[in-house]
Structure formats: C-alpha cells, structure tokens
Design a protein around this ligand. Structure first.
Ligand code: RIB
Length: 302
C-alpha cells in the first residue's frame, strides 16, 4: 500500500550544547553538558509527519556505524518505514554541531557524511516515491538527487531549500516543485541575493518563482502563503521560544500532513505555524516534535 508521505533527505546525529550567547568568530565560550540527539532535517520532517498521524517512509543514507544504528532505530521507534534507509560503507553518518543560546536561537554546522552520498541511482530504486501522496525534500543531500526525486514523484512535491543552497538552483527543480518552503534568507538567496523584509517585498519576490506556490516562513512573524499570484499572511502565536531547532522541520511536516488531509494551503499554513511554535517550547530537534494533541496542549499551557 502506498505511504502518505515519503521524505528524501538527511539523517544527522545532533551534538548540542547550550550557551549564553553563540560565540563570535575567534571567541571561545563555555556551555552546558553535551547532548546527543537524533536530528537531520530529513529525519526530523519524517518523525514530525509520523507524530502528526500519517504513514511515512524515509529515503536516505547513514554510515555503517553506531550513530547510523541509533538514528535508524529512532526512526523505527517513531513509526517511520526505514526500508529505503541505505547503509554507506566507509563513510560516517552525518553529524550536526549545534549551539543553542538563551533566547532559543541556534547556530548549526553540518558534516553531511553519508547524506552526501545519496544519489540519483538510489532514487531510481526507491519504489515508494512515485506512489506517495506527498514527497518532502530539503537541501542536506546533493541537489542532483533532489532533482531526480522531483522528476520521479507523481504526488505533491514539497521542497524546503534548507540550508540555503550555495549554488544557483536548477530552474527545472523550481518547475517541478508544487510547494516551495523557504525561510527569509533562503528566499533571498534563491531569488538572486535580493534583500527583502516587508511582507509586500517578500510576497513579490516569491511570486517571481516558477513553482506553483511558495510558503515563506518568518519565525515570530508567522508565514506568507503565495499562490496564484495572491499572498496571504498567517501570523504566528505569541510565545517565548526555548529552542528553535526543528521548528522549520515540523512546519514543513505539518504542511505535508495537511495536504494529505485535503486542506488548502492557507489552512495548512495556519496549522503549521502552530505546530512550529509548539516545537520551540521543548528543547532538541526530535524530542521537541509534537503530536497534534501536544501542539494544542503546549500552546494552551504556555
Ligand atoms: O533543522 C534542524 C536540523 O538541522 C538539526 O536537527 C540538524 O541536524 C540540522 O540538520
């Protein structure tokens, strides 16, 4: 039976340290105890979509090491199908070094490891992709693999271009994408390094992309949905975040889940801003990803 959502993306072990302030260049700071947390934008989105109630398969690569085993069993414990999570000899599992400062903001360095080896050939044999209702992609795997996936997918293609690609994005990819979900920085980079800040300029830039629709995430300002040349601003709940890691991932997963449920993009984004906000109220990437009930509980109890 086809799965609702296939995620093609990264699996990382997150090494997390809390600090008062993220260090500047050349600075050394002391932080809290090191935490080892399952992460990776792909795996986070897969776990988030599963916790929000949909059947999910993960296509990706990990190393043949303890970190890879840890991440695979964590995905399985969260109900994610790992039949197409491939092992990569002689290459370590991806790792992310994360500093989280007091106001919840973070800085992340990713060592892609095995994620960088996920190839178009791997996609050609990952049979659940074609039949999935939604295929969810990010940018922690090679861009040619993202393009190969979008070509094969027959359902809705969502691309979260995070982290912002350093090279120009193939036009073919933007043509194949149904829903692009960048944050403001990613929007600016994909838009040719144009600086935008007002809701109006953000919407105007998003309208220039050839993909069918774009949802720009704006943190505490919420999100803007741009489709059919119309822009709708969705405000975010007012909260004080504890840790923003994973909030973008749960937002994307909530959009995917909502589209499977037949919601339109504005309804989907209204739910996704709540899911993203609830994610910031708990520390760590995957530990923070809420079920639908937890979204409402966390926002009520805040
Ligand atoms: O979006 C958060 C994720 O980014 C972390 O889990 C880390 O692994 C990096 O991929």
């Amino acid at each position: 039976m086809p799965v609702d959502i296939v995620v093609v993306g990264s699996c990382n072990l997150d090494l997390v340290v809390n600090v008062d302030n993220i260090p500047q260049v050349g600075q050394t700071v002391l932080g809290g105890d090191l935490k080892r947390i399952p992460g990776g934008k792909g795996a986070n989105q897969a776990v988030a979509a599963s916790r929000l109630g949909k059947s999910v398969a993960m296509v990706g690569r990990v190393g043949e090491d303890d970190n890879g085993k840890f991440l695979q069993s964590n995905l399985e414990d969260n109900g994610v199908n790992t039949e197409y999570l491939l092992k990569t000899p002689d290459i370590p599992t991806g790792v992310a070094l994360i500093s989280v400062q007091d106001d919840g903001d973070n800085a992340i360095v990713v060592s892609p490891g095995a994620n960088g080896k996920l190839s178009p050939e791997d996609i050609a044999v990952a049979s659940p992709i074609a039949g999935a209702r939604v295929v969810l992609l990010q940018a922690e795997i090679p861009i040619e693999t993202v393009v190969a996936t979008a070509r094969v997918a027959e359902g809705t293609v969502i691309w979260n271009p995070a982290p912002a690609p350093s090279e120009s994005v193939p036009l073919e990819l933007l043509d194949l994408v149904d829903v692009l979900i960048p944050n403001q920085t990613e929007l600016e980079l994909i838009g040719g390094n144009r600086k935008v800040d007002t809701l109006e300029s953000i919407s105007e830039l998003a309208k220039t992309f050839p993909c069918s629709s774009t949802i720009v995430t704006l943190g505490e300002r919420g999100a803007v949905v741009v489709a059919s040349n119309e822009a709708v601003h969705i405000p975010a709940p007012t909260i004080s975040p504890l840790d923003t890691t994973g909030a973008g991932d749960s937002f994307c997963a909530a959009i995917a889940v909502s589209l499977v449920e037949g919601k339109d993009l504005v309804e989907a984004a209204q739910w996704a801003v709540q899911v993203g906000a609830a994610t910031t109220l708990v520390a760590g990437a995957q530990p923070s990803l809420p079920t639908s009930e937890e979204v409402l509980q966390r926002l009520e109890n805040w």
